[in-house]
Ligand binder design. Sequence first.
Ligand code: ZN
Length: 86
Amino acid sequence: MLDEATRKTIEAKFESRELPATAPESVWGGRSPGRPCAACGEVIKVNHFELETVGADRISRYYHPECLTYASEVRGRVQAQRANCA
Ligand SMILES: [Zn+2]
């Protein structure tokens, strides 16, 4: 479970559209070489499990598994909101 501050950071990245509101086209798992997480911004420790996604924008993003889970949840809410505003 992510703490409040981390959840806010991830929500803000959807607000600013730094994270895409469309679901990733591909997701893979692997060992981290020490890259930062696209969601929370913290480094994914070397050799810890990371998830890589590629979206419609062809950009690879790397996540802590729990951050990607929360990001998917926020994305669902953002999509529903934007659909209501269209
Ligand atoms: Zn993270």
